[in-house]
Design a protein around this ligand. Sequence first.
Ligand code: PMP
Length: 398
Amino acid sequence: MSSDEHIAEGVRLSERAEAIDDEVFRIALGLPPGVISLTAGEPDFPTSDFVREAAIQAIREEKTHYTNPAGIMPLREEISNKLKRENSVAYSPGEIIVAPGSASAIWLMMYALADPGDEVLIPDPAWFHYSVLARLAGMTPVRIRLDSDTGFRLDGEELEKKVSKRSRMLILNTPSNPTGKVLTRSELEEISGVAERQDLKIISDEIYEKIVYPPHKHVSIASLSGMKERTILINGMSKGYAMTGWRIGYAASSTELTSKMTSLLGYSLVCASSISQYAAVEALRNPESLIYAEKMVNAWSRRREIVMKHVGSNTDVLSAIEPQGTFYGWLDISGSGMTGNEVSEGLLRERNVAVFPGSLFGEEGAAHVRVSFATSDDVVEKGMEGLCEFLHEHKRVR
Ligand code: PMP
């Protein structure tokens, strides 16, 4: 659209806003009612009763005012305890900032650390927000290709080849949205070696850490020797505690960075919801949360099997590596001869099934679709059936 057309419509958008792709929200918000949706990026379970009770209690006690932009001290203390207990890394409360969701914490971190024109290394495929947030922070995204032949591990050599004088940081996301890959300790060590040699910061997005299928295990890169200083550890309550709408995320780094972030957050987002912060304290404190997460993961594990069953019986049109974590299947549909965009559009139109086209996650995703199995067994079954039938019906003979 030209800027003249915008003036004609009465809205003149900035070039920055113009450059942002609206595709994700066009798909997600435009889904017709009754659609069989495999697009959800959130747990299909309610927030635990005890967490909801803690929020109601906070309202009754009138804990309903602005908080310190960095978050209330009891929450920062609970996060500090959690990081020690579960991730074997020692961050003091002064090194932790609470944000209204981890996405905003990532954005502010990029803003605090990079100058316009600096480069951020982002795997391809990766969650679509990273490159958009990087551009909003004035940075240039540089993508590093992940290969299904190596199980989507981030290869140290490939990474090092992409480093330039302007490279400032690397985004790591383990377990990964969309591939479901959980990076192993030795893979993280290889990446750490490159980060040290090339003096890169690492933004380690660990939001799916609780959603890991045995025998795979989540390891935080911050817990490796010498890496805490290079890492900005990002996590939050959304996925592992079924608290997406409460908007609580956090970033753990240094006191210096946390203090600058406190001003940036204070000016822009002001603070995370006070009520949600008190609820998050309870979620982190109550050992029942771990049992609840286990219950959700067991259900997703069953649905992961449903997805993989369909992949296994339709190998002419579908292939996928079994996800090691997250609730996403990253399905290669190149056997059908169609692109992910053609499949997601046609599937919705003809079968009423919604999936995300892989191209949203990077160029490497052109012949993929992402399915979310954070929905009922029945919906996963119906959605996968619809997908397989659609692929067979429209398969192009090459
Ligand atoms: N990181 C990844 C990889 C995600 O997939 C998401 C949500 N889809 C987030 C971060 C954002 O989570 P939050 O709700 O904490 O902003």
